[in-house]
Design a protein around this ligand. Structure first.
Ligand code: URP
Ligand code: ZN
Ligand code: ZN
Length: 460
């Protein structure tokens, strides 16, 4: 059945105009004024609403065995949550442990999603060790349509790689033409600072940030930039939290290093004081890199407005407060790191960015959709509203007023980091390849509609 979205204001990263959109099958077939619907079409009146391209979250964790536990969402819960928040494509990090066989891990992560996702998805392949077999496996992974890698300079002894492995990964990525996404924190320094703080009896969640100061993150970005310059690889710094790290990224770009920068929704709206909340409440706000003191939030917004930051992701990593965050009650280094937000990203960015005039509508669409599509080889299939693109659309009501609450969320986790926060605007109707998956802000679709997206290398 065709779908005609009438009378909306279509907003992309570069354009804004009143137009109707006709979707036939899985694609957008016409855009223009006064379009007529083929017989039997569904007609949606979007008068007074924006029509955005489906949003893309380029950094989520769904299957995540981490810090002695497992993140709470599965593909069904995470993709439903993504969709009610306006996100129609997820890029999940495949995170094998160093001991895992990487090809088996790749197949496991793919099988974990197959037939269970309500939205489209693809992966970044985690490289958590580099040995004689790695190059062959990564060739196969890229041939299979997963054209980006993920590395951790943090998490010593878990996902972290050493410098020899970093060099080899970037060298191979350069040869294959794939981009390498990287968690940048100096793992050795973090380990030392954690030990030192614990020895001083500093065990609460408020000590998480001092164990990973901004300079440690900045050093990670500088380190990656040095290796990127030497190998010529294209790099993407995930979850950038602070001014020090942003300065290193800007300096690297100025030297000609190919480096893109991501921030995540929590850094735009939360600060270190949340992790300092009493009665262990701060554990809800423990993630890495940590929430920073407030001036960094301004620096992150400014970098987003200027375009130094390309994308806003979530780093969605849901761990229950009861039972999971609890594991670190007497030792902050054992609190599972992560803040759930795949459902909230777009609405927080609109409320705190567009409505507060920190960014305009085009930068909003660009940072939450178009840039991710362009950087990760999905454009123009995804990330824009154009004839021939997938009919992934968000009819967004800017007049909606509501509140975030764990009681009403789709995410399978027992708290919201944004409990009771007011929201301006909402993703009212959301389509994935022409099928309506969200109506009136509620999931109304099928949980097996999502497809894996095969990508070819675009960073040669
Ligand atoms: O705290 C975080 N970021 N948890 C998820 C794992 C990661 O570092 O991306
Ligand atoms: Zn990370
Ligand atoms: Zn992550």
């Amino acid at each position: 059945m065709a779908l005609l979205i009438k009378n909306g204001e279509v907003v992309t990263a570069t354009e804004r105009r009143k137009a109707d959109i006709l979707c036939e099958g899985e694609t957008i077939t016409r855009i223009g004024p006064n379009l007529s619907a083929p017989p039997g079409s569904e007609i949606v009146d979007a008068a007074g609403k924006y029509v955005f391209p489906g949003f893309i979250d380029p950094h989520v964790h769904i299957h995540l065995p981490f810090m002695g536990t497992l993140a709470k969402d599965n593909y069904t819960t995470a993709s439903r949550a993504a969709l009610v928040g306006g996100t129609t494509t997820l890029i999940e990090m495949i995170c094998p442990s160093r001991a895992d066989d990487p090809w088996q891990a790749y197949e496991f992560w793919k099988a974990n999603a197959a037939g269970k996702s309500a939205c489209d998805y693809t992966f970044h392949m985690g490289v958590t060790r580099f040995d004689d077999a790695t190059a062959d496996v990564l060739h196969r992974v890229v041939d299979d349509g997963t054209a980006s890698f993920k590395i951790f300079l943090a998490y010593k002894g878990a996902f972290g790689i050493d410098d020899a492995e970093l060099y080899q990964t970037l060298e191979l990525a350069k040869r294959l033409g794939v981009i390498v996404t990287a968690h940048c924190e100096n793992a050795e320094v973090v380990a030392r600072l954690q030990k030192q703080l614990l020895a001083e009896g500093k065990t609460g969640p408020e000590w998480h940030e001092p164990s990973r100061p901004t300079t440690v993150e900045a050093e990670g970005v500088h380190h990656l930039a040095t290796f990127a310059a030497l190998t010529g690889a294209h790099t993407y710094v995930v979850h950038t939290s602070c001014d020090d790290a942003l300065r290193e990224a800007a300096a690297a770009q100025a030297r000609g290093v190919k480096m893109w920068v991501e921030t995540v929704a929590p850094y735009l709206v939360l600060d270190r004081s949340y992790a300092e909340r009493p009665d262990f409440e701060g554990a809800k706000y423990v993630m890495s890199p940590p929430l920073r003191v407030l001036p960094n939030q301004t620096a992150v917004w400014n970098a987003l407005a200027s375009g130094l930051i390309s994308t806003v992701a979530t780093d969605h990593a849901p761990f229950d407060f009861a039972g999971q965050k609890e594991m670190g009650r007497s030792d902050f280094t054992k609190i599972p790191n992560g803040i759930p937000s795949v459902e909230d990203r777009v609405h927080l960015l609109y409320t705190h960015g567009v409505a507060k005039k920190r960014i305009d509508l085009h930068r909003f669409v660009d940072a939450a959709s178009t840039q991710a599509a362009q950087i990760f080889g999905l454009y123009p299939r995804k990330g824009t509203v154009a004839v021939g693109s997938d009919a992934d659309l968000v009819v967004f009501d800017p007049a909606y007023r509501g509140k975030i609450s764990a009681k009403t969320q789709e995410m399978n986790v027992d708290y919201s980091a944004f409990e009771g926060w007011p929201i301006e605007g909402r993703s009212e109707l959301v389509t994935v390849r022409g099928r309506v998956q969200v109506r009136d802000g509620k999931f109304a679709g099928t949980t097996d509609h999502g497809q894996i997206l095969r990508r070819t290398p675009t960073h040669g």
